[in-house]
Ligand binder design. Structure first.
Ligand code: ADP
Length: 489
């Protein structure tokens, strides 16, 4: 399917009369975690494709399994447990690779293939990620896995940016050889293969820059580039990603090398109950209307008089809690000092407080967990995207809670935009003969290009930001107790 997709897209571009000869560099975005298993002997097929024929028919037999594991996988719990145990526990694995073991990560999936389909494993000469697979098709030889997408495998030491021997051993024998080498995301994977030069008239000097995963490419496409930049995607689920100099992996959340820099890190937090919970509370308390929802947000005071809520309509990832709503009121609530105040659990809030408790709760959790991962407080700026970023009241709550300006980008294509930017970045680094910051390409030009973002809410008052910090501390204490009582380990 992925090979056919490349055939199709190039055929369509050809029909649209695109002049392929003008393209200086190509990169791309592949779904994170997915992997492809090249059959023994396939590198020869890959390097000698006939330009008269589509790729799909020539590569039909190049794979040791036709079923690629992808992110929507929950079959590898046993393998996750075994790998964590072998390296000294979940936290230890997270310290090395940036994440504890996850069912969707490639390492546990490879171990499962080794355990359940030994023939497939033995018959595999190279394992590619979706990203490096596509780069391999374009260069006509096996491309490296890039450092950022490589961190979504539970196999790479994110500090050294090399395969971790101990984890490779805990995953499957002979794995290093099958994975090949790693490379920075801005590196040249190779020149475009003669197949594409002959068939589509690409320039033979066109560079293929390492492809990377979809989330890292979104970070690049939103023009996050230096420590303190943070993006909040308010979709069906919420995702937060930012850039930090520090490296503080923990049990929840992920740390990857920054795809547009060689030193810093990309932190990513995933919440399942984003718009899912917002819509539920809107329907229950606000007449199914965003207008009423917003009126309630405007009617109620910041800090909500010490009312804190936890709303999990579905199993939550961060924190790992089951379905359930939990509401608390801080006794003797005093905005200046919360040390004394104990919380008291209550059954319900009035509808306006419920709406504020939900929005503040979601945002305080994002602030607490991103600071725990080393994001500075306040961040330099926040870029908000996703469906709910159309809501100005939610955006001004973000500015009040985080204490920085909030910008919006109404573009549905930040991952592919990021891949295009990274192609140009890789080309530029190659031309200069050393790494140059990606921001050189667009600094001072943002306003006149499609990279433009709009200032949607200005930084909140600093006193309020400090008060929110106290409320956040209290929330974290309650959250930790909930995880101890109800959490999944
Ligand atoms: P996905 O993650 O599925 O791509 P989107 O980023 O398109 O989702 O976001 C869709 C969500 O945006 C919907 O679930 C809806 O609840 C939410 N949404 C749309 N408009 C608003 C609004 N004005 N206020 C809050 N949420 C909104």
């Amino acid at each position: 399917m992925w090979v056919e997709a490349l055939d199709l897209i190039l055929q369509r571009l050809q029909k649209s009369k695109l002049d392929f000869g003008k393209i200086a560099a190509v990169s791309g975005s592949g779904q994170q975690h997915g992997s492809v298993y090249w059959k023994n002997g396939s590198s020869k097929i890959l390097s000698s494709c006939d330009p008269m024929k589509p790729l799909m028919e020539q590569l039909f037999d190049a794979f040791s399994t036709k079923e690629s594991p992808v992110w929507m996988d929950s079959s590898t719990t046993e393998q996750c447990k075994a790998i964590e145990k072998a390296v000294g526990g979940a936290l230890e694995l997270s310290k090395i690779t940036g994440s504890r073991a996850y069912e969707r990560f490639t390492g546990p999936q490879i171990r499962r293939i080794f355990e359940k389909q030994l023939d497939v494993y033995r018959n595999t000469e190279r394992i590619s990620l979706v990203s490096s697979f596509m780069a391999s098709l374009l260069t006509g030889s096996y491309a490296c896995i890039d450092h950022t997408d490589g961190a979504g495998m539970n196999l790479m030491d994110i500090k050294d940016r090399s395969w971790s021997k101990i984890i490779l051993e805990a995953t499957a024998p002979g794995l290093e050889e099958k994975l090949g080498k790693l490379a920075p995301a801005h590196a040249v994977a190779g020149l475009i293969s003669p197949y594409f030069v002959d068939r589509y008239h690409f320039n033979k000097d066109c560079l293929i820059i390492q492809w990377s995963g979809d989330n890292p490419n979104s970070l690049a496409g939103l023009t996050l580039n230096s420590p303190g930049d943070l993006a909040i995607s308010l979709g069906t689920s919420d995702t937060v990603f930012g850039i930090t100099n520090e490296h503080k992996p923990s049990l929840e959340g992920h740390v990857f090398p920054n795809p547009v820099d060689t030193n810093s890190y990309m932190v990513m937090l995933c919440y399942k109950n984003g718009s899912l919970a917002r819509e539920d509370i809107r329907n229950q308390c606000a007449d199914k209307s965003w207008e009423v929802f917003n009126k309630f947000l405007q009617q109620t005071q910041p800090l909500n008089g010490g009312k804190l809520g936890f709303y999990y309509k579905d199993h939550e990832i961060l924190p790992p809690l089951p379905v359930g709503f939990h509401r608390y009121v801080l006794e003797n609530f005093n905005e200046e000092s919360l040390d004394e105040g104990r919380e008291c659990e209550v059954k319900e809030f009035d509808p306006p407080s419920e709406v504020r408790a939900l929005v503040e709760g979601q945002l305080l959790s994002m602030r607490a967990h991103s600071e725990r991962f080393g994001m500075p407080s306040p961040p330099k700026r926040i870029i908000a995207t996703g469906g709910a970023s159309a809501n100005d009241c939610i955006l001004s709550s973000i500015a009040s809670i985080f204490g920085c300006n909030v910008y919006t980008v109404q573009r549905p294509d930040s991952a592919s935009m990021g891949a295009a930017l990274r192609a140009a970045h890789g080309w530029l680094c190659n031309k200069k003969g050393n790494f140059v910051p990606i921001s050189c390409m667009y600094m001072d030009k943002m306003e006149t290009t499609s990279l433009k973002c709009k200032l949607a809410a200005t930084a909140g008052d600093q006193e309020l930001v400090s008060k929110y910090a106290l409320l956040m501390k209290k929330r974290v204490e309650i959250e930790n107790r909930l995880v101890q009582k109800l959490g999944r380990l």
